[in-house]
Design a protein around this ligand. Structure first.
Ligand SMILES: C[S@@+](CC[C@H](N)C(=O)[O-])C[C@H]1O[C@@H](n2cnc3c(N)ncnc32)[C@H](O)[C@@H]1O
Length: 293
């Protein structure tokens, strides 16, 4: 035994050596196949995006609003996987500028250790809504030949409609949006609106930009037998948010989102793409057609 080790410390050391494979694995969040698909889709589109922007001599900007810490482990294979932020740095041709935003300070530290020294990478700590509205989006001006690809990837219904609307109005931004149907099914599809918690209502209002979702989710139509409230299906809800991105936010092109499903076939979230560009729409439809079945 090493002289400086007590019996207890020594036992822990032995356990760590024996199970080092599993010990190391704990350091990484694991991600399911649907998240790997998400990263694939993002990677494929990003490649097409930077290729086209390069050709037109436009400045390409990648914005990861919910950046995470950049590395995970695959649930399926156990292999290490780059998250959306670090993955964006591997895209060829590369983006000209990268903006990463993350609220969790530990994750920010990890990102900074890995890529903080790269000149064209800016890492913001804090709430992405404020940072996007004040520091990031205003920098992506049409007149300065800048274009941005922005990824909004929260864990649940934690989007901010003002950011989505601002992105649509700028005309320079294309968006990938994660819309968590699992959160809606858990917390919003109640028998009655009065069962939805006020804090949940607040985040749904913020995500959708108003409380119109109440009329839609709790739509009561008259029948011969009195009022009936029919619960909306995942597809109905997905279509409703798709229309909202077009008609209320003002994106010209919002193709049908793809359902990202877990290993038992339940949809975890819908992945949307929204843009003002016809070519972008064609490219993403082609990519989406290969996923989400
Ligand atoms: C689903 S994870 C992002 C995964 C990442 N996009 C990827 O694919 O590698 C969501 C991340 O958003 C961060 N987050 C949550 N709310 C945020 C906010 N308001 N502003 C910035 N980051 C936030 C969380 O700490 C978490 O790391």
């Amino acid at each position: 035994m090493f002289p400086c080790y007590t019996k207890q410390k020594y036992s822990i050391l032995i356990i760590r050596i024996k199970f080092r494979k599993y010990w190391n694995m704990e350091k990484f969040e694991t991600i399911g196949e649907w998240s790997e698909d998400k990263l694939d889709i993002l990677g494929k589109y990003s490649h097409a995006y930077t290729t086209i922007l390069n050709k037109h001599k436009l400045t390409s900007i990648y914005v990861d609003a919910f950046a995470g810490k950049g590395e995970y482990r695959s649930k399926k294979t156990g292999n290490k996987i780059k998250g959306s932020a670090l993955n964006a740095l591997t895209i060829k041709p590369s983006f000209d500028v990268y903006y990463f935003v993350e609220m969790d300070l530990k994750k920010v530290d990890t990102l900074e250790d890995k890529v903080g020294s790269q000149k064209n990478v800016t890492i913001f700590k804090g709430d992405c809504s404020k940072i996007l509205l004040n520091d990031v989006l205003p920098n992506i001006e049409y007149s300065q030949f800048k274009r941005g690809l922005c990824f909004l990837d929260p864990y649940g219904i934690h989007l901010d409609w003002t950011v989505i609307k601002a992105a649509a109005e700028m005309g320079t931004i294309e968006l990938f949006v994660n819309f968590s149907i699992m959160d809606i099914n858990r917390n919003f599809k109640k028998a009655d609106i009065s069962e939805v918690r006020p804090s949940d209502m607040q985040r749904m209002n913020q995500t959708c930009g108003s409380d119109d979702w109440k009329n839609f989710l709790f739509d009561t139509s008259m029948s011969l037998f009195g009022d009936v409230s029919e619960k909306k299906s995942n597809e109905d809800i997905a279509k409703w948010f798709q229309n909202r991105l077009k008609q209320v936010a003002g994106f010209s092109y919002v193709p049908k989102p793809i359902p990202m499903k877990n290993s038992i076939g339940r949809t975890v979230y819908y992945l949307y793409f929204a843009s003002q560009n016809n070519t972008a729409d064609k490219i993403i439809k082609d990519i989406f057609s290969k996923y989400g079945r």
